[in-house]
Design a binder for this molecule. Sequence first.
Ligand SMILES: [Zn+2]
Length: 271
Amino acid sequence: MSAFPVIRDPDRVRRLLALPHVRPKAMEALAQARVALVGLGGLGSGSAPYLAAAGVGTLVLVDPDRVAATDLGRQILYTPDDVGAPKVAAAAARLRAMNPAVRIEARAEAVEADNVDALLAGCDVVLDGLDQGAPREVLNRYAVMRGVPLVFAGALGYEGQVMVVPGGGRPCLACLFGDLEGAVGDCATQGVLGPLVGMVGALEAQEALKLLMGLGTPLAGRLWLYDAYTGDTRVVTVPPRPDCRVCGPSAPARTPPGRNSAAASNPSPGR
Ligand SMILES: [Zn+2]
């Protein structure tokens, strides 16, 4: 069996290979890549299908929630038959149907400080599909401390935003928001436009593919902002905050792991 299953399906990647600057070697990088999607709601519904369709080797799906009827208006990974099922299980079934070559690991867990190393072990890129500040704080710290790129996104009301916290870790989300928990709103009370959240999720997948394939200029340290109400889009540079409590000079020392080293020291069930 080929070590690069996506290459066995040349029609799937023919349009990708037709792009300028994309070499066949990039297909191998995709087929070997391990990408975590933390949060399988509206953002994950926008990002996961594109990553599976493109042939990312392994997708690690992390979400403790079950599908609710109020999710169906925007979380298009799910159907009415999925209501009550764990999101990671329903999403895994849908994504496997889209591309059987993609390996999928489903973890029905919340990301916390004491399990993040095991959940994200060996991942090349992490996608933030969260709507809560506490786990986002954990992901931001992980990206900075472990040197793994994090693609952040938010979609609330009519506003969408995306930024990459680079593997080097600066600037980070604490540079941008300060208190991450206080920066998060609630779509249950503020509402959200379905296509907006899907569009922002798709942009997260696009940034992940760029990182994995070495393409273009990722939104590292640059915040992409979109106002769906007016149609205005802009990108603003986010400077590193000198006194940042997460990535600044006085923050704890960084401890980048080797690939899968965290898994070896802290194994996770189901690997
Ligand atoms: Zn920072």
